[in-house]
Design a protein around this ligand. Structure first.
Ligand code: FE
Ligand code: ZN
Length: 260
């Protein structure tokens, strides 16, 4: 298997589009795109033309650029979760859990991660240790539970968390600074988290992305993943959660974040 290059491209206030390229064949795909116009300019600058767009979920800030991209490149392959056929346009290939998607000589596996939406998927390139996880996991955070249940979102995060620790995590938004502020409110004595906050502060002050993070780091700093940790359980207990149930710990912490 070939290795994958990932280029991050900020759009709107805090979205990230990812430009994937197979190192061997040069084939290019985008992951999500809210707005095609700036994408055209960026791809022109890089002298690249995409053969596909891989969508993570139906929210407008992830899919709205699709139809203009298809106008520009009529042969574009558009991938999305099969359960969202009623609400995502222009899709050519429907995906489900465990499907394999190829980009040149690179291959990703589709991981179904419902919770943020009921049709959310992530893409995992095992050979390149790259995870594209949309709005399921963020650096030191996770997406809001809009459509699914809290146990569903908890399960989705644990599923992603079970991938190899060296996995690089490319998420849909630059929310890290505010995520870290919340994480410290439930886990104030976590030295790895304090250290991460200073790195994030420096990066953002220099207008640098904090992405990718890694699963190894997330297991040290992400309160939504670390539901078995005593500090996180303590914080969940403060809002009345049954801490013997990991999904209940997750729910308590996620609700605290909603009101933070
Ligand atoms: Fe979203
Ligand atoms: Zn989003």
């Amino acid at each position: 298997m070939s290795q994958l290059n990932v280029t991050l491209f900020p759009q709107l206030a805090d979205n990230y589009v990812y430009i994937l390229q197979c190192q061997e064949t040069g084939e290019v795909a985008l992951v999500d795109c809210p707005d095609a116009e700036p994408m055209f300019a960026k791809l022109e600058e890089l002298n690249l033309a995409p053969s596909a767009i891989w969508l993570t979920h139906h929210h407008w800030d992830h899919i709205n650029g699709t139809s203009d991209l298809v106008k520009r490149w009529p042969n574009l392959t558009v991938y999305a979760y099969e359960g969202d056929s009623h609400r995502i346009d222009k899709v050519t290939n429907w995906l489900k859990e465990g499907d394999k998607v190829r980009l040149g000589n690179c291959e990703a596996e589709v991981i179904f991660t419902p919770g943020h939406t009921l049709g959310h998927i992530a893409y995992h390139f095992a050979d390149s240790n790259v995870l594209l996880c949309g709005d399921t996991m963020f650096a030191a955070g996770c997406g809001r539970v809009f459509e699914g249940t809290f146990p569903q979102m908890h399960e989705s995060l644990q599923k992603l968390g079970a991938l190899p620790p060296k996995t690089k995590v490319y998420c849909g938004h630059e929310y890290t600074a505010s995520n870290v502020r919340f994480a410290l409110s439930v886990d104030p004595n976590n030295e790895a988290l304090q250290q991460f906050q200073s790195e994030v502060t420096t990066a953002r002050a220099n207008n640098q992305p904090t992405i990718p993070t890694t699963l190894a780091l997330e297991w040290k700093v992400n309160p939504f993943l670390r539901v078995g940790n005593p500090a996180i359980q303590q914080a969940a207990k403060a809002s009345g959660a049954d801490i013997s149930d990991p999904a209940a710990v997750f729910e308590a912490i996620r609700r605290q974040k909603d009101n933070f």
